[in-house]
Design a protein around this ligand. Structure first.
Ligand SMILES: Cc1ncc(COP(=O)(O)O)c(C=O)c1O
Length: 370
Protein backbone atom coordinates (compact mmCIF):
# COMPACT_ATOMS: atom_id res chain seq x y z
CA UNK A 1 0.00 0.00 0.00
CA UNK A 2 2.98 2.34 0.55
CA UNK A 3 3.76 1.93 -3.15
CA UNK A 4 0.95 4.36 -3.93
CA UNK A 5 2.65 7.10 -1.94
CA UNK A 6 5.80 7.17 -4.09
CA UNK A 7 6.75 8.05 -7.65
CA UNK A 8 7.80 4.70 -9.06
CA UNK A 9 8.21 3.98 -12.74
CA UNK A 10 7.85 0.52 -14.25
CA UNK A 11 10.28 -2.16 -13.11
CA UNK A 12 11.73 -2.77 -9.70
CA UNK A 13 13.84 -0.18 -7.88
CA UNK A 14 16.27 -1.54 -5.27
CA UNK A 15 18.80 1.32 -5.20
CA UNK A 16 17.65 2.87 -1.95
CA UNK A 17 21.21 2.93 -0.60
CA UNK A 18 21.86 5.46 -3.39
CA UNK A 19 18.77 7.62 -4.00
CA UNK A 20 15.32 6.96 -2.53
CA UNK A 21 12.29 7.64 -4.73
CA UNK A 22 10.34 10.87 -4.16
CA UNK A 23 6.90 10.96 -2.55
CA UNK A 24 4.12 11.69 -5.03
CA UNK A 25 2.94 14.51 -2.77
CA UNK A 26 6.37 16.20 -2.80
CA UNK A 27 5.67 18.25 -5.89
CA UNK A 28 2.45 19.87 -4.70
CA UNK A 29 3.90 20.37 -1.23
CA UNK A 30 6.92 22.04 -2.85
CA UNK A 31 4.67 24.38 -4.80
CA UNK A 32 2.79 25.25 -1.62
CA UNK A 33 5.82 25.90 0.57
CA UNK A 34 8.42 27.15 -1.91
CA UNK A 35 6.79 28.73 -4.97
CA UNK A 36 3.51 29.96 -3.51
CA UNK A 37 5.06 32.29 -0.91
CA UNK A 38 7.34 33.60 -3.66
CA UNK A 39 4.72 34.04 -6.37
CA UNK A 40 1.30 34.48 -4.83
CA UNK A 41 1.79 37.88 -3.18
CA UNK A 42 4.14 40.83 -3.59
CA UNK A 43 5.58 40.28 -0.10
CA UNK A 44 9.03 38.82 0.36
CA UNK A 45 8.81 35.09 1.13
CA UNK A 46 11.38 34.66 3.90
CA UNK A 47 8.97 34.14 6.75
CA UNK A 48 7.31 31.17 5.04
CA UNK A 49 10.61 29.85 3.76
CA UNK A 50 12.08 29.91 7.24
CA UNK A 51 8.99 28.10 8.53
CA UNK A 52 9.87 25.34 6.06
CA UNK A 53 13.31 25.09 7.67
CA UNK A 54 11.58 24.85 11.01
CA UNK A 55 9.49 21.97 9.67
CA UNK A 56 12.71 20.26 8.53
CA UNK A 57 14.41 20.48 11.94
CA UNK A 58 11.15 19.48 13.67
CA UNK A 59 10.90 16.39 11.43
CA UNK A 60 14.50 15.46 12.33
CA UNK A 61 13.69 16.01 15.97
CA UNK A 62 10.79 13.56 15.70
CA UNK A 63 12.77 11.04 13.64
CA UNK A 64 15.79 10.95 15.95
CA UNK A 65 14.08 11.86 19.23
CA UNK A 66 16.09 14.91 20.19
CA UNK A 67 15.49 18.64 20.56
CA UNK A 68 15.02 20.51 17.33
CA UNK A 69 17.46 23.23 18.47
CA UNK A 70 20.30 20.73 18.32
CA UNK A 71 19.98 20.21 14.54
CA UNK A 72 21.44 22.52 11.91
CA UNK A 73 20.77 22.28 8.15
CA UNK A 74 23.89 21.56 6.06
CA UNK A 75 24.51 21.12 2.34
CA UNK A 76 26.15 17.70 2.66
CA UNK A 77 28.00 15.60 5.23
CA UNK A 78 31.50 16.63 4.11
CA UNK A 79 30.74 20.28 4.66
CA UNK A 80 29.03 19.63 8.01
CA UNK A 81 32.01 17.55 9.14
CA UNK A 82 34.51 20.23 8.08
CA UNK A 83 32.61 22.90 9.99
CA UNK A 84 32.43 20.73 13.07
CA UNK A 85 36.12 19.74 13.05
CA UNK A 86 37.15 23.38 12.76
CA UNK A 87 34.92 24.45 15.64
CA UNK A 88 35.83 22.25 18.58
CA UNK A 89 38.80 22.98 20.87
CA UNK A 90 39.71 19.32 21.08
CA UNK A 91 39.77 18.94 17.31
CA UNK A 92 41.63 22.14 16.47
CA UNK A 93 44.46 21.46 18.93
CA UNK A 94 47.87 20.52 17.61
CA UNK A 95 48.45 16.77 17.24
CA UNK A 96 44.86 15.74 17.85
CA UNK A 97 43.99 12.09 17.17
CA UNK A 98 41.04 10.64 15.31
CA UNK A 99 39.92 7.04 14.81
CA UNK A 100 37.93 6.02 11.76
CA UNK A 101 37.77 3.04 9.39
CA UNK A 102 39.03 2.26 5.90
CA UNK A 103 35.39 1.40 5.17
CA UNK A 104 34.04 4.86 5.94
CA UNK A 105 32.80 6.82 2.95
CA UNK A 106 35.91 8.33 1.27
CA UNK A 107 34.55 11.88 1.41
CA UNK A 108 34.59 11.65 5.22
CA UNK A 109 38.31 10.80 5.13
CA UNK A 110 39.01 13.65 2.71
CA UNK A 111 37.27 16.16 5.00
CA UNK A 112 39.20 14.81 8.02
CA UNK A 113 42.55 14.98 6.18
CA UNK A 114 42.01 18.60 5.10
CA UNK A 115 40.12 20.11 8.03
CA UNK A 116 42.09 18.76 11.00
CA UNK A 117 45.37 20.47 11.99
CA UNK A 118 48.23 19.43 9.67
CA UNK A 119 49.92 17.40 12.42
CA UNK A 120 46.75 15.53 13.41
CA UNK A 121 46.92 11.73 13.38
CA UNK A 122 44.16 9.74 11.75
CA UNK A 123 44.14 6.05 12.53
CA UNK A 124 42.05 3.75 10.32
CA UNK A 125 40.62 0.40 11.39
CA UNK A 126 41.65 -1.91 8.49
CA UNK A 127 38.93 -2.83 6.01
CA UNK A 128 39.09 -6.58 6.69
CA UNK A 129 38.06 -6.09 10.35
CA UNK A 130 34.49 -6.80 11.38
CA UNK A 131 33.03 -3.40 12.29
CA UNK A 132 29.86 -5.01 13.67
CA UNK A 133 31.97 -6.48 16.50
CA UNK A 134 32.44 -4.30 19.58
CA UNK A 135 35.66 -6.18 20.42
CA UNK A 136 37.25 -4.77 17.26
CA UNK A 137 36.41 -1.24 18.42
CA UNK A 138 37.67 -2.10 21.90
CA UNK A 139 41.14 -2.75 20.49
CA UNK A 140 41.34 0.75 19.02
CA UNK A 141 39.48 3.07 21.39
CA UNK A 142 41.97 4.50 23.91
CA UNK A 143 42.09 7.66 26.05
CA UNK A 144 44.64 9.26 23.65
CA UNK A 145 41.99 9.40 20.88
CA UNK A 146 40.11 12.70 20.66
CA UNK A 147 37.37 11.68 18.23
CA UNK A 148 35.94 8.34 17.13
CA UNK A 149 34.14 8.45 13.76
CA UNK A 150 31.42 5.79 13.37
CA UNK A 151 29.40 5.05 10.26
CA UNK A 152 26.07 3.68 11.45
CA UNK A 153 25.89 1.69 8.19
CA UNK A 154 28.81 1.04 5.82
CA UNK A 155 27.84 1.54 2.19
CA UNK A 156 30.21 -0.99 0.63
CA UNK A 157 30.02 -3.80 3.18
CA UNK A 158 26.43 -3.62 4.44
CA UNK A 159 27.70 -3.73 8.02
CA UNK A 160 25.97 -1.97 10.92
CA UNK A 161 28.17 -0.55 13.68
CA UNK A 162 27.04 -1.12 17.31
CA UNK A 163 26.74 2.64 17.84
CA UNK A 164 25.45 2.66 21.43
CA UNK A 165 28.16 0.28 22.64
CA UNK A 166 30.87 2.26 20.83
CA UNK A 167 29.55 5.51 22.31
CA UNK A 168 29.73 3.96 25.79
CA UNK A 169 33.32 2.88 25.18
CA UNK A 170 34.12 6.41 24.02
CA UNK A 171 32.65 7.87 27.19
CA UNK A 172 34.68 5.48 29.36
CA UNK A 173 37.84 6.53 27.51
CA UNK A 174 36.93 10.22 27.40
CA UNK A 175 36.87 10.32 23.58
CA UNK A 176 34.35 12.32 21.57
CA UNK A 177 32.11 10.28 19.25
CA UNK A 178 30.47 11.16 15.94
CA UNK A 179 28.02 9.02 13.96
CA UNK A 180 27.46 9.29 10.19
CA UNK A 181 23.88 8.30 9.36
CA UNK A 182 23.93 8.96 5.59
CA UNK A 183 23.37 5.29 4.87
CA UNK A 184 21.05 4.47 7.79
CA UNK A 185 18.68 7.42 8.35
CA UNK A 186 15.14 6.26 7.65
CA UNK A 187 15.88 2.51 7.79
CA UNK A 188 17.84 1.91 11.02
CA UNK A 189 16.20 3.46 14.08
CA UNK A 190 18.47 5.76 16.13
CA UNK A 191 17.43 7.48 19.34
CA UNK A 192 19.76 10.39 20.04
CA UNK A 193 18.47 10.78 23.57
CA UNK A 194 19.73 7.35 24.59
CA UNK A 195 22.49 6.39 22.14
CA UNK A 196 25.12 8.58 23.81
CA UNK A 197 27.07 10.04 20.86
CA UNK A 198 28.36 13.62 20.88
CA UNK A 199 27.72 14.50 17.22
CA UNK A 200 25.76 13.23 14.24
CA UNK A 201 25.98 14.10 10.53
CA UNK A 202 23.49 12.85 7.97
CA UNK A 203 21.65 13.50 4.73
CA UNK A 204 18.18 12.81 3.37
CA UNK A 205 18.95 11.53 -0.09
CA UNK A 206 18.78 7.77 0.45
CA UNK A 207 16.18 6.03 2.65
CA UNK A 208 14.55 9.37 3.52
CA UNK A 209 13.64 9.90 -0.14
CA UNK A 210 14.28 13.63 -0.07
CA UNK A 211 16.85 14.29 -2.79
CA UNK A 212 20.30 15.86 -2.40
CA UNK A 213 21.15 19.08 -0.57
CA UNK A 214 19.23 18.52 2.66
CA UNK A 215 21.92 17.35 5.05
CA UNK A 216 22.18 18.07 8.76
CA UNK A 217 24.51 18.30 11.71
CA UNK A 218 23.39 17.44 15.24
CA UNK A 219 25.39 18.49 18.29
CA UNK A 220 24.68 17.18 21.78
CA UNK A 221 23.71 19.69 24.43
CA UNK A 222 26.89 19.00 26.37
CA UNK A 223 29.17 19.89 23.41
CA UNK A 224 27.22 22.72 21.82
CA UNK A 225 28.57 25.66 23.83
CA UNK A 226 32.16 24.43 23.25
CA UNK A 227 31.74 24.67 19.47
CA UNK A 228 32.86 27.91 17.86
CA UNK A 229 32.52 27.47 14.08
CA UNK A 230 34.80 29.48 11.76
CA UNK A 231 32.54 29.16 8.74
CA UNK A 232 29.82 31.57 9.87
CA UNK A 233 27.43 34.15 8.43
CA UNK A 234 24.50 36.21 9.58
CA UNK A 235 22.32 33.13 10.09
CA UNK A 236 24.87 31.84 12.63
CA UNK A 237 24.34 35.00 14.67
CA UNK A 238 22.25 35.00 17.81
CA UNK A 239 20.29 37.95 16.34
CA UNK A 240 20.63 37.77 12.55
CA UNK A 241 18.89 41.11 12.12
CA UNK A 242 21.16 43.06 14.46
CA UNK A 243 23.20 44.17 11.45
CA UNK A 244 26.22 45.46 13.36
CA UNK A 245 29.38 44.49 11.48
CA UNK A 246 31.43 44.95 14.65
CA UNK A 247 29.47 42.53 16.79
CA UNK A 248 29.18 38.80 16.21
CA UNK A 249 27.62 36.49 18.82
CA UNK A 250 27.07 32.79 18.19
CA UNK A 251 23.49 31.56 17.98
CA UNK A 252 22.74 29.68 21.19
CA UNK A 253 21.36 26.70 19.22
CA UNK A 254 23.10 24.45 16.66
CA UNK A 255 22.19 27.09 14.08
CA UNK A 256 25.58 28.64 14.93
CA UNK A 257 26.76 26.20 12.22
CA UNK A 258 24.35 27.59 9.63
CA UNK A 259 26.31 30.35 7.84
CA UNK A 260 25.12 32.94 5.33
CA UNK A 261 21.79 33.18 3.50
CA UNK A 262 20.52 29.59 3.59
CA UNK A 263 19.27 27.53 0.70
CA UNK A 264 15.62 26.59 1.10
CA UNK A 265 14.42 24.36 -1.73
CA UNK A 266 16.07 21.02 -0.71
CA UNK A 267 14.84 21.47 2.86
CA UNK A 268 11.26 22.00 1.74
CA UNK A 269 11.30 18.63 -0.01
CA UNK A 270 13.08 16.97 2.92
CA UNK A 271 10.84 18.52 5.58
CA UNK A 272 7.85 16.97 3.86
CA UNK A 273 9.43 13.58 3.27
CA UNK A 274 11.06 13.21 6.69
CA UNK A 275 7.74 14.10 8.33
CA UNK A 276 6.22 11.20 6.35
CA UNK A 277 8.86 8.78 7.68
CA UNK A 278 8.74 10.14 11.23
CA UNK A 279 4.95 9.59 11.23
CA UNK A 280 5.29 6.14 9.70
CA UNK A 281 8.07 5.18 12.13
CA UNK A 282 11.54 3.96 11.17
CA UNK A 283 10.88 0.72 13.11
CA UNK A 284 8.16 -0.12 10.60
CA UNK A 285 10.44 0.55 7.61
CA UNK A 286 13.10 -1.63 9.20
CA UNK A 287 10.68 -4.46 9.95
CA UNK A 288 9.61 -4.53 6.30
CA UNK A 289 13.22 -4.20 5.10
CA UNK A 290 14.30 -7.13 7.30
CA UNK A 291 11.45 -9.28 6.02
CA UNK A 292 12.53 -8.72 2.40
CA UNK A 293 16.22 -9.18 3.27
CA UNK A 294 15.31 -12.52 4.88
CA UNK A 295 13.52 -13.55 1.68
CA UNK A 296 16.66 -12.71 -0.32
CA UNK A 297 18.94 -14.53 2.10
CA UNK A 298 16.76 -17.65 2.21
CA UNK A 299 17.12 -18.00 -1.57
CA UNK A 300 20.64 -16.69 -2.20
CA UNK A 301 22.33 -16.96 1.22
CA UNK A 302 25.39 -18.77 -0.07
CA UNK A 303 26.29 -15.69 -2.17
CA UNK A 304 25.67 -13.17 0.63
CA UNK A 305 28.82 -11.28 1.66
CA UNK A 306 27.17 -8.72 3.94
CA UNK A 307 26.11 -9.62 7.50
CA UNK A 308 22.69 -11.01 8.29
CA UNK A 309 20.67 -10.42 11.46
CA UNK A 310 18.93 -7.23 12.58
CA UNK A 311 21.80 -6.13 14.86
CA UNK A 312 24.56 -6.48 12.29
CA UNK A 313 23.13 -5.78 8.84
CA UNK A 314 22.35 -2.42 7.28
CA UNK A 315 19.34 -2.00 4.99
CA UNK A 316 21.39 -3.45 2.13
CA UNK A 317 22.19 -7.04 1.17
CA UNK A 318 25.38 -7.53 -0.87
CA UNK A 319 25.81 -10.59 -3.08
CA UNK A 320 28.99 -11.79 -4.75
CA UNK A 321 28.31 -13.98 -7.79
CA UNK A 322 32.03 -13.98 -8.73
CA UNK A 323 32.63 -14.74 -12.41
CA UNK A 324 28.89 -14.85 -13.16
CA UNK A 325 28.37 -11.35 -11.82
CA UNK A 326 28.49 -9.58 -15.24
CA UNK A 327 25.79 -11.92 -16.59
CA UNK A 328 23.70 -11.42 -13.44
CA UNK A 329 23.97 -7.63 -13.85
CA UNK A 330 22.97 -7.89 -17.53
CA UNK A 331 20.00 -10.13 -16.75
CA UNK A 332 18.80 -7.80 -13.99
CA UNK A 333 19.10 -4.78 -16.30
CA UNK A 334 17.15 -6.65 -19.01
CA UNK A 335 14.42 -7.41 -16.46
CA UNK A 336 14.33 -3.70 -15.48
CA UNK A 337 15.50 -4.41 -11.93
CA UNK A 338 17.71 -1.58 -10.64
CA UNK A 339 20.69 -2.48 -8.44
CA UNK A 340 24.36 -1.47 -8.53
CA UNK A 341 27.75 -3.05 -8.04
CA UNK A 342 30.60 -2.09 -5.71
CA UNK A 343 33.91 -3.67 -4.64
CA UNK A 344 32.29 -6.54 -2.70
CA UNK A 345 29.31 -7.33 -4.92
CA UNK A 346 25.82 -6.37 -6.03
CA UNK A 347 23.94 -4.10 -3.60
CA UNK A 348 20.23 -4.73 -3.05
CA UNK A 349 18.22 -2.41 -0.80
CA UNK A 350 14.49 -3.07 -0.34
CA UNK A 351 12.42 -0.15 0.97
CA UNK A 352 8.86 0.24 2.26
CA UNK A 353 7.59 0.53 -1.36
CA UNK A 354 9.15 -2.77 -2.47
CA UNK A 355 7.31 -6.05 -1.92
CA UNK A 356 7.72 -9.84 -1.88
CA UNK A 357 6.71 -10.14 -5.54
CA UNK A 358 9.53 -7.86 -6.61
CA UNK A 359 12.05 -9.69 -4.46
CA UNK A 360 10.82 -13.02 -5.86
CA UNK A 361 11.33 -11.62 -9.36
CA UNK A 362 14.89 -10.55 -8.45
CA UNK A 363 15.62 -14.06 -7.14
CA UNK A 364 14.13 -15.69 -10.23
CA UNK A 365 16.25 -13.59 -12.63
CA UNK A 366 19.43 -14.27 -10.65
CA UNK A 367 18.77 -18.00 -10.36
CA UNK A 368 18.13 -18.29 -14.09
CA UNK A 369 21.71 -17.09 -14.65
CA UNK A 370 23.24 -19.26 -11.94
C1 LIG B 1 28.20 6.49 4.83
C2 LIG B 1 28.19 7.69 3.93
N1 LIG B 1 28.64 8.86 4.41
C3 LIG B 1 28.64 9.98 3.63
C4 LIG B 1 28.15 9.95 2.35
C5 LIG B 1 28.11 11.18 1.50
O1 LIG B 1 28.73 12.33 2.04
P1 LIG B 1 28.47 13.73 1.35
O2 LIG B 1 27.09 14.18 1.76
O3 LIG B 1 29.49 14.63 1.89
O4 LIG B 1 28.57 13.57 -0.12
C6 LIG B 1 27.66 8.76 1.82
C7 LIG B 1 27.15 8.71 0.43
O5 LIG B 1 26.79 7.72 -0.13
C8 LIG B 1 27.69 7.60 2.63
O6 LIG B 1 27.23 6.43 2.17
Amino acid sequence: MYKDDFNLSSGCYLLNHSVGRALKSSQSDFNEHFFSPWQATNKEPWQQWLSAIDRFTQALSDLFNSKKELFCPQVNLSSGLTKLLMSHPRLTKSGCRVLMSQNDFPSMGFAMQRALPSNAQIEYIPSEFDLTDIEVWQQYIKPEIDLVFISHAYSNTGQQAPVAEIAQLCKRNNCLSLVDVAQSAGVLPLDLTTVGVDFMIGSSVKWLCSGPGAAYLWVSESQLSLCEPTDVGWFSHQSPFEFDINHFAYHTSALRFWGGTPSIAPFVIAGHSITYFADLGVAKVREHNLKLLAQLTAALGSYLVSPSGAEKCSGTAIFDFSQRQPQVMDALAAANISVDERAYGIRVSPHIYNDETEVAQFIKVVKAVL
